[in-house]
Design a protein around this ligand. Structure first.
Ligand code: TYD
Length: 145
């Protein structure tokens, strides 16, 4: 399989559809809709202690949409050359994290819920959990271009 050489400039915040209602709003995510991949897994982080940090890792193939379903937090994305921090603070914004991007999530507000829509089922082999391994992986990807 050809490895994707993603960079942080391919990782955008997309706005999900909203239905307004005085009794509460609805946001919809539906396969075949406007989001960039079909969703095979959903997970969410909650009860995150203030000041803690989650998700210092990258994926080789997995794509993700990260959503602050409640509260807010920051996501740092890093392609090995450049980094940026994206604040997620509304449930209708989703950060699209492409494969081959190191990401960390931090600055959770109290009661925040981080909803992750993922393109693949859980596969521990798809993770890169060590930052220097990640940098080597990115070098190999670039050389394979
Ligand atoms: P992990 O992805 O390492 O979370 P973080 O990087 O944010 O700390 O997941 C934590 C644990 O949960 C790890 O033991 C694997 C397990 N896990 C699953 O079994 N299935 C899943 O879909 C996810 C996301 C995690």
């Amino acid at each position: 399989m050809k490895r994707l050489v993603s960079d942080i400039y391919n990782c955008n915040v997309i706005q999900l559809p909203r239905i307004h209602n005085v009794a509460g709003n609805i946001t919809i995510v539906q396969n075949g809709g406007q989001h960039p991949f079909d969703v095979r897994r959903v997970y969410y982080l909650y009860d995150v202690p203030g000041g803690s940090e989650r998700g210092g890792h990258a994926h080789k193939n997995l794509e993700q949409l990260i959503i602050a379903a409640s509260g807010c937090f920051d996501v740092m994305i890093d392609d090995g050359n450049n980094k940026k921090v994206v604040e997620l603070n509304r449930p209708y914004f989703a950060l699209h994290v492409k494969p081959g991007i190191w990401r960390e999530i931090f600055n959770f507000s109290s009661g925040a819920i981080c909803l992750v829509l993922a393109s693949e089922k859980y596969d521990p082999e798809d993770y890169i959990r060590d930052y220097s391994t990640f940098l080597r992986y990115k070098d190999e990807c670039r050389k394979g271009q």
